[in-house]
Ligand binder design. Sequence first.
Ligand code: DSN
Length: 426
Amino acid sequence: MQRDTLVFDLIRKELERQRHGIELIASENFTSLQVMQAMGNVMTNKYAEGYPGRRYYAGCEIVDQTEQLAIDRLKQIFGVAYANVQPHSGAQANAAVALAVLQPGDATLGLDLSMGGHLTHGSAVNYSGKLYQPHFYGVTKEEGLIDYEMLEAQARAVKPKLIYCGASAYSRDWDYARIRKVADEVGALVMADIAHPAGLIAKKLLNSPFEHCHFVTSTTHKTLRGPRGGVIMMHKDFENPWGLKDVKGNIRMMSNLLDMAVFPGIQGGPLQHVIAAKAVAFGEILSDEFLVYQQQVQKNAQAMAAAFVEKGYNIISGGTDNHLMLIDLRNKNISGKKAEQALVQADITANKNMVPFDDKSAFVTSGIRFGVPAITTRGMKEEHMQFVVNVIDNVLMNADDTSIINTVRKQVNEFMEQFILYPEMG
Ligand code: DSN
C-alpha cells in the first residue's frame, strides 16, 4: 500500500501548529510521547466485546491484561472500588450512567449549560435533554458561585432521579457533601462529572467527590493528560435501588448495571489500543512528577487570573481554584466570538464561551474561557503568565488591527520556541 502522504502531511502540519501556538483551550493538553505511542498499536486490530476474563471473542488474553492494568491503576489513583475504562469519551461515560440509572422521562437536575454546565447534563439538543426530563440550577448573579440554595429548592420541587454536578466552565471547587445531603432527602442519586478538574482531584488539590457522589465520570485527556476517552468510577458498589434482579434472582449490583450500560448498552467493541494508552497515562498520574505538574497548573491559573484582574478583566467569581477561568468581556467591548477569531490570528487558541446571564447567543457569546493545563505541560511557570496575558490583551484591544496582530503572532511563535514540544519527532 502506498504511504498516504496527504494525511501524514496534514498530521505534520498539525504538529507544527501545536508547536508554534499558545494553547489555552481549558479542555486540551499534550500527552506524553509514550501515551501517544501506546495509542498507535496493534491492539486496534482486536475485537474484545465484554470485560477482562469474560469476552465474546477469542484471543483476548493480552488485551485483558492491559485493560485490567488500566482498571487497577485508575482504582489506585482515586481509591475507588469500581472502574470502567471502556467509554470512548466523557459523553459516552455520562450516557452509560444515565442508561443505568434512568428510565425515559425521568427527571434530572444539572448545572445549566449557559452557566458553565455540560451538554450531557440535560441540554435540549443532547440525548440527556431529549430522553429525560431535565431541570437546572445555576450560579449566583452577584458572585458567580454555584447557587446551592437554588439547587436544593429545585431538587425538592422536581424530585430528580439523578443530580449532575461538575462543569466545563466553572473555576471554583464544589461542595459535594451539600449536594449529597439534598439528594438523600429527595431520593436522588448523584453523579459528579470531573472531566475538567480530574487531575487536580487525583492529586488531592481539590475536594474529592468520591465519598459523596454515587458515580463519578471523567474524560482522560484534559487535566489527566491521557489519551482521548472516558471512564466511570464508584467509591463503593451498592445494590441497585430499584430491586432489579439477575437470572439467579440476586439483586444486581450497580457495578453490573454500569458495565452492562457501557457494553452492550451503548458501545460495541472497546478501543483496546486507547485502553493501553489509558493504562500508560494512569501509570504517569500515580507518579510524584504528576503532583508537581498539577501544583504548577494551579499556580499558573492563579497567576494568570491575577494578571487579567490587574488589567481590568472581569473573571467570573473573581478568580480560580482550578485550571481555568471564564472572563466576561462585556466591559472590554468585544464579543467572545470576535475575541476567539482575533486570538487565533495570533496563534493563541481559546474558546468563546457563554457567561452566566449572557445576553448574547452561544454562537457569539460575551465570554472567553482560558485554561492552563496545556501550557503548563509545555513547561510554563508563573513568571510566563504575564507575557501570555500581555499578548492576549494586546490582541483583544486591537482586534481589527492586522498589523498589530501579525506582530503579536511573531512574538508568540518566538516565545514558544523555548518550550519544545515532542523533540523526538524532529
Ligand atoms: N468540550 C469539552 C470542553 O471544552 O470543556 C467538554 O466536553
